[in-house]
Structures are given as structure tokens and as C-alpha cells.
Design a binder for this molecule. Structure first.
Ligand code: MN
Length: 393
């Protein structure tokens, strides 16, 4: 195992890959610089059939007991010398395979769980008004996004066009977005569905959610600012959302679990967790290779378990493949903000890159890459790999 690999045996994130020379995508886990082909490990069994497909969905549908069994078996394979032949026959170098979107996304929801981000955007979008709206500390605010435009890391992002109207424009104009932005987020993948009419309790999070990915919620701020009142984000967000190829299982994130910040006022009972699912993750956002932000996930006000309980409290059911974003992760410090609109204060304070060029929002040809790491079991650090995308020029 190379020192400092994001994928030690304590991690074992799941992805979908196609080996060189093959046309058959299949499920694997990342280990060091390799991916272990799980469809081959279980070849000839019903589970092997569910792993020999182009998404994780059939495996996820099997539920938490099966997730735990496969994780334990893979851990044994990778740590028992007696299994070396089976393992080595089915390893592929990650840099020699094609990685795919890991999940066939069912519904996609995006939240707004960082108090710092919501406060910053409140100041920018509603100057002079209350930054946090009255509902914000009572429920995790979210909106339904567009599942069909969740794309694999590496997918080129085409600059969207739409309507915009600045405060001093007499009428809206149509054209390419001039305020194309990023949002550094974590995405949570639902594995096991639920029954229509039956809310999922806040402490049943790990019975339904399989794991987490990195998520970049590309955002056209000029389109968003004009369209979002009163029903929320629409075309300013729905053109593309990128996620990382590796889904880190919750089982690997146990050591990263921390308390959420003090929630005052006390949330309603359906949102109160016995043991909160705050997560001590450190993100890094790079623009054309230069680090522009290091957002800390630990300060997120609402936990993903609270988001899930809120999503279903009205009886709405979950489906395998549902994905929900945390919302932009922003810390209190200026260099911990997870979007350009915050880093440059809506373009007022451009950032300077190492090549001397400046940015307010994204230019054609810009590449944005996000990574994250967390404490894993046995004192190691585990990583999420990366989510990356380039703006088409
Ligand atoms: Mn977002």
C-alpha cells in the first residue's frame, strides 16, 4: 500500500469501472492504486450478477446486512495472505480503467445546511435584509434538483445560457451565463428504499443511506438571482451536477463521526438524533491546480440524518439511487468558503491565481477539482478521490 493513499483497506469505496479491452462495466472497490473487481470475486452467484452491471443500484437494493457482509468479506480477502491469488487475479490499476457515474440517480435533492454559507448568500442576495430566513434553524431547507443531469466526474461542463436581469437592467436579457460558479458539497447516496407513507426516523439513517460522494453543484448565479423568487433554484442549477466516482460507505466514516454544532432553538423531536451524524471531513477546492479553498465539513449545522428524516417526514418514500447534496460547505474563515460567489463576494473581490490571472467567476477552459479526507479506522486517513470538471471553451 503506497503511503498516504486515500484508499487504504479501512476505506474500500465502491465504484463502477470498465477494464481496458472490455465492454462490460462492473462494480469494484478501490484499494491503493488498484480496483478489485467484485463481480469477478462473486462470479457465478446471484450477488455476482448484481455486481456485473453499470451501476451500484442492484447491489445497494440488497440492503445494509448485505453491505456489511460484502465489506467484511472484501476486508478479509485483502488482509488474508491465503486469498492472495483470488485477489491478484482480479485487480486492475485505477489509472488503466474507465470510471463511470457510480449510481443510476433516482431523485436528486440539494440542501442548504451550512449556516455560514446561508448567511453569506443571504447578505449577497438580500443586502440589508435578515441573512437567515425565519425557517432556517427549524428545518433543513432544500429543493428538488434534476437527477438526469447528475454527471460523472470528468464530464465537460457546457456554460449554460438563460435569462438574467441585474438590479439596474430595465428588462431581462438572454445569453451565456457570466457568473458561472461552483458549490463544494458532499452527496449522500440512498441504498435501501422506504415505504410510501412511512417516514424514516432520524436514527434510521444508516439503514437507508449507503455512503457519500463529493459533489460539485455547478451554479449560474446570474440566472439563479433572477429566477429563484419565490420557488427556489431552477435552471441556474439544473444544467449539470458532478459527482465523484467513488462512494465512501458510511461504515468507513464511523471514525469521522462528530457532534453537529449546538442547535438552538432545539429542533422539533423528529429531527433530534440520539447520536448525531456530524462528519469531520476536510475538503480542498482547486482551480486550475491552485488551492482556492479548504472547507471544513464539521461545522455543518444540519446532519445528513436530519436531512433524510426531513425528506421523508411527510410520508414521501425513498428509492434506491436517491441522491441528496449537503449544500455548499463553507467555514467561518475567508479561505474556507465553498463557492466563488462567497470567495469573491459576488465578484467584488477577485481572487488571484499563481499564474497572476484573476477570477471572479469561472472562465472557459477552467478546471475545478475537489478532494476530501477524513479520519478512518486504526488512526489512518481515508480519502474520497476527486470530482473534477472543465468548463467547455
Ligand atoms: Mn448546492
Amino acid at each position: 500500500m503506497p503511503e498516504g493513499s486515500p484508499f487504504p483497506v479501512q476505506n474500500l469505496p465502491y465504484g463502477v469501472f470498465t477494464p481496458r479491452g472490455s465492454a462490460q462495466p462492473r462494480v469494484g472497490v478501490a484499494i491503493g492504486e488498484f480496483v478489485l473487481d467484485l463481480s469477478a470475486v462473486w462470479a457465478g452467484t446471484p450477488l455476482g450478477g448484481d455486481l456485473a452491471t453499470g451501476s451500484l443500484n442492484r447491489f445497494l437494493r440488497r440492503g445494509p446486512a448485505e453491505w456489511a457482509y460484502v465489506r467484511e468479506r472484501v476486508t478479509n480477502l485483502l488482509t488474508d495472505d491465503g486469498e492472495r491469488r483470488l485477489v491478484e487475479a482480479n485487480l486492475h490499476r485505477i489509472d488503466e480503467v474507465k470510471l463511470h457515474l457510480p449510481v443510476e440517480v433516482a431523485d436528486y435533492v440539494d440542501f442548504y445546511a451550512s449556516e455560514q454559507h446561508a448567511t453569506n448568500l443571504g447578505h449577497i442576495f438580500r443586502p440589508g435584509g435578515e441573512a437567515l430566513l425565519p425557517n432556517w434553524k427549524h428545518l433543513p431547507v432544500g429543493y428538488h434538483g434534476r437527477a438526469g443531469t447528475v454527471v460523472a466526474s470528468g464530464t465537460e461542463i457546457r456554460r449554460p445560457s438563460g435569462q438574467r436581469k441585474g438590479p439596474n437592467d430595465p428588462a431581462p436579457v438572454f445569453g451565456s451565463s457570466v457568473k458561472l460558479d461552483i458549490e463544494a458539497e458532499l452527496g449522500f447516496v440512498v441504498g435501501a428504499g422506504s415505504t410510501l407513507g412511512e417516514p424514516v426516523g432520524v436514527d434510521d439513517f444508516a439503514q437507508h443511506v449507503f455512503g457519500a460522494v463529493l459533489l460539485n453543484d455547478w451554479s449560474a448565479r446570474d440566472i439563479q438571482a433572477w429566477e429563484y423568487v419565490p420557488l427556489g433554484p431552477f435552471l441556474g442549477k439544473s444544467f449539470a451536477t458532478s459527482i465523484s466516482p467513488w462512494v465512501v460507505p458510511l461504515a468507513a466514516l464511523e471514525a469521522a463521526r462528530v457532534a453537529t454544532p449546538v442547535q438552538q432553538p432545539q429542533p422539533l423531536p423528529y429531527l433530534v438524533e440520539k447520536e448525531p451524524w456530524g462528519l469531520d471531513l476536510e475538503l480542498e477546492v482547486r482551480l486550475n491546480g491552485a488551492v482556492i479553498s479548504r472547507p471544513p465539513y464539521a461545522g455543518m449545522y444540519w446532519s445528513p440524518a436530519q436531512m433524510l428524516a426531513h425528506t421523508t417526514v411527510n410520508g414521501a418514500s425513498l428509492r434506491t439511487g436517491d441522491l441528496y447534496g449537503s449544500g455548499t460547505i463553507s467555514g467561518a474563515a475567508a479561505d474556507q468558503r465553498g463557492s466563488l460567489i462567497e470567495l469573491t463576494w459576488n465578484g467584488r473581490d477577485p481572487i488571484t491565481l499563481p499564474d497572476g490571472s484573476t477570477r471572479t467567476f469561472l472562465q472557459d477552459g477552467d478546471t475545478v477539482t475537489m478532494t476530501a479526507s477524513a479520519p478512518g479506522a486504526d488512526g489512518v486517513r481515508i480519502g474520497f478521490g476527486e470530482v473534477t470538471g472543465t468548463i467547455a471553451g
